[in-house]
Design a protein around this ligand. Structure first.
Ligand SMILES: [Fe+2]
Length: 365
């Protein structure tokens, strides 16, 4: 056996890199529950600027030690062993009755029902530490939390409101220079038992020289299906990978960069992207099915997310289909630094991001 074969053997036996899963104990859950009830009494809403400004200190004061440690380690670990997703199983208890029936779409959601849960999400971002923010490019801002609800009328779109087609893996807002650093997905209900889909850039055996062309700024990075397509898209090019050459970050959206019919990459760009996707698509992880009260935290530079197609409002028990409440997920996005993106935030609100596309702001601000 020569050395190449030995190397091959080693690579085959490499353990599969997976998201970190943390089972929250009942004692920890009780601490979090007491904290968020207290914070709700004190601040009213998780949108309260005093709460958000002090969210780091409040997280340190109120969250259980184990969660604080693991969260802080996760936020600054970009190593080859860091998947880029952290799953908290059973972070909180969800009162399904008080939520009531799932609204027909996100536009008609009553956010007061999610208020308490918003505090819990914000504390987790605070512990990273990272600051909860809102993006004009997503629902014109719309607050620090977005309820992701399958909408029957939009079931075939590549957006959070879709359901009947696969939502390709993507890093959130790949078309922004100042995309979210961290995302959290809190599952309020998932009776359809839809698995979450994650894909980490660290799952590739090695990036090395092979994917060096992905660091070149030769790729069209179109805005996503939530937004109307502008006319200047064709001219704006950027890289897919960035940061460290050996252990890179990524801005990747398979649906928009590879399969958007209105965008034509150059032959060179298309070639490199297709080669990358051939490997990436086999590394997608969808073994975890979130339950109500679970939270997935994602480093948006390391790990992409998506979803398999599902039938909203239908659950399957022992091969039989039954109607059920449609899925509800709460998404929060955060930035580590308000300073770095100051050119792209509102004059009077540094938590409100008005970047439209790769460093360019929406014109009407
Ligand atoms: Fe997304």
């Amino acid at each position: 056996m020569n050395s190449i074969e030995i190397l091959d053997d080693i690579s085959i036996t490499k353990t599969k890199l997976l998201p970190i899963v943390l089972e929250i104990t009942s004692q920890e859950r009780k601490m979090i529950q007491d904290a968020i009830e207290h914070l709700q009494r004190k601040y009213g809403s998780y949108e309260n600027r005093d709460f958000i400004t002090h969210v780091h200190q409040l997280a340190s004061y109120f969250l259980p030690d184990r969660i604080l440690h693991i969260t802080a380690d996760f936020a600054s670990d970009f190593s080859k062993n860091q998947y880029g997703a952290l799953i908290f199983k059973g972070l909180i208890d969800i009162d399904q009755e008080s939520i009531g029936s799932t609204p027909p779409n996100w536009q008609s959601a009553d956010y007061s029902k999610f208020n308490l849960y918003g505090f819990a999400c914000a504390l987790i971002h605070g512990a990273l530490p990272s600051k909860p923010v809102q993006y004009y490019s997503q629902r014109k801002g719309g607050g620090l939390i977005h309820a992701i609800i399958p909408d029957e009328k939009m079931c075939e779109t590549q957006t959070g409101s879709g359901s009947s087609t696969d939502l390709y893996v993507h890093t959130e807002d790949a078309f922004l220079k100042h995309q979210a650093d961290f995302l959290s997905f809190m599952y309020v209900r998932n009776e359809e038992q839809v698995p979450s889909t994650l894909y980490s850039i660290r799952s590739h055996e090695s990036i090395g020289e092979r994917y060096r062309p992905l660091f070149e700024r030769i790729y069209k990075i179109p805005k996503d299906a939530n937004l109307e397509t502008g006319t200047s898209e064709e001219d704006t090019l950027d890289s897919i990978l960035y940061g460290n050459y050996e252990l890179p970050f990524m801005r990747f959206d398979a649906a928009e960069q590879l399969f958007n019919p209105s965008i034509k990459q150059s032959d060179e760009a298309q070639h490199h992207l297709s080669e990358f996707w051939e490997e990436a698509r086999n590394l997608i992880y969808s073994d975890f099915t979130p339950q109500a009260g679970d939270v997935i935290v994602v480093n948006n530079h390391l790990c992409a997310h998506g979803r398999s197609a599902f039938r909203a409002g239908i659950k399957n028990i022992d091969g039989m289909e039954y109607p059920c409440e449609r899925r509800i997920m709460l998404r929060m996005m955060s930035k580590v630094s308000l300073i770095d993106m100051r050119a792209h935030t509102l004059t009077d609100d540094p938590f409100f991001i008005i970047e439209e596309h790769l460093g360019k702001n929406f014109k009407h601000f």
